[in-house]
Design a protein around this ligand. Structure first.
Ligand code: R5P
Length: 316
């Protein structure tokens, strides 16, 4: 039995490629075994995976992350879940540190799918009993998983990583849009700072981002921008520039999933952003970014889910 887990038969984490860093870190915190699944591509580009481990009767967690290959990651997560079922695992939790397709959580335009609903239902249909992820774009999306689900909060780890960088400066935590305000609130509470958000709009067809100047008294402050995803870098770069123009002394950022696609790094380098702290849900693509290990907070969430699946209820 894994150390510290109540009523859970020997916990096993099985990971693929870029998810193995956070999986191994979570496994260490749980005193559990982590193994990397074998994988290859067939000549026609289909995925193949194989788990060379004993899973019979064990609580298993399949760990695949949604970047750099969002569509393949969903299929590989389904394949690991299905393979663990075949090996006789007592329970299977799907853990996607970065959940792909999470931004299409509504039909913004007629004829569109609710993509995240299809992904979560698909994973359940493949045999996942529970689902875990880190800082999903909209937490309500997890209601579409028909079983227990956990949304891991990175803010305790981000606060620890940022504190030594902030020195004695007055700190202001800012969300680049209203949707990220709860993230700013959580981080600001831990840093004992004020918080607010900027007014961002995105063209649903072109993806172009506009951020309106807002009256925020950030003059002389160290501003920490907080967001779930940095993809093309447009949002973060525009927000950093605007805050520096508004008189901020320094602008730093804490972002859970640093995808940094296309020329995102170049945009950030030119924006005046001083530091980017990223979670290790995807592999870092910018040597200047500081990576914060979210394995220990993931471990706590996984512990709660698997204990629940195996019938252990904490006494209140
Ligand atoms: C959107 O609502 C998200 O929270 C991020 O702000 C967005 O995905 C960032 O995208 P980009 O880096 O392409 O501007």
């Amino acid at each position: 039995m894994a150390a510290g887990l109540q009523g859970v038969p020997g916990l096993l984490l099985v990971c693929r490629g870029p998810a193995c860093g956070i999986a191994r870190s979570a496994a260490r915190a749980l005193g559990a075994e982590a193994v990397e699944a074998q994988g290859k591509l067939f000549p026609d580009a289909e995925s193949y995976v194989r788990i060379d481990a004993e899973a019979r009767g064990r609580a298993a967690v399949a760990v695949v992350t949604g970047f750099p290959e969002p569509s393949r990651s969903v299929v590989e997560e389904m394949l690991l879940v299905e393979a663990l079922r075949g090996l006789g695992a007592a329970s299977v939790t799907a853990f996607m540190p970065y959940t792909p397709y999470s931004r299409q959580d509504r039909r913004f335009l007629r004829g569109e799918p609710v993509s995240i609903r299809a992904v979560l239902r698909g994973l359940a249909a493949a045999g996942a009993d529970a689902y875990a992820t880190v800082d999903i774009h909209k937490p309500y999306s997890l209601d579409w998983f028909p079983g227990p689900a956990a949304n891991i909060d990175p803010s305790p780890v981000f606060a620890e990583a940022l504190r030594p960088l902030l020195g004695g400066d007055t700190v202001y935590v800012v969300a680049p849009d209203r949707g990220a305000l709860p993230r700013a609130h959580r981080l600001a509470e831990r840093l004992g700072a004020a918080f607010d958000y900027l007014e961002k709009t995105r063209d649903r067809v072109t993806g172009e981002v506009t951020i309106k100047p807002k009256t925020l008294d950030v003059s002389g402050a160290a501003v920490v921008l907080v967001d779930d995803i940095v993809s093309t870098g447009g949002t973060l770069a525009k927000a950093a520039r605007l805050l520096l123009e508004a008189g901020a002394k320094r602008v730093l950022a804490a972002v859970t999933h640093c995808l940094l696609v296309g020329n995102a790094v170049e945009k950030l380098e030119q924006s005046g952003l001083e530091t980017l702290v990223c979670g290790n849900t995807v592999e870092p693509r910018w040597e200047k970014a500081r990576t914060a290990d979210l394995g220990p907070v993931a471990a706590e969430a996984l512990r709660g889910l698997v204990e629940r699946l195996h019938g252990y209820e904490k006494e209140l």
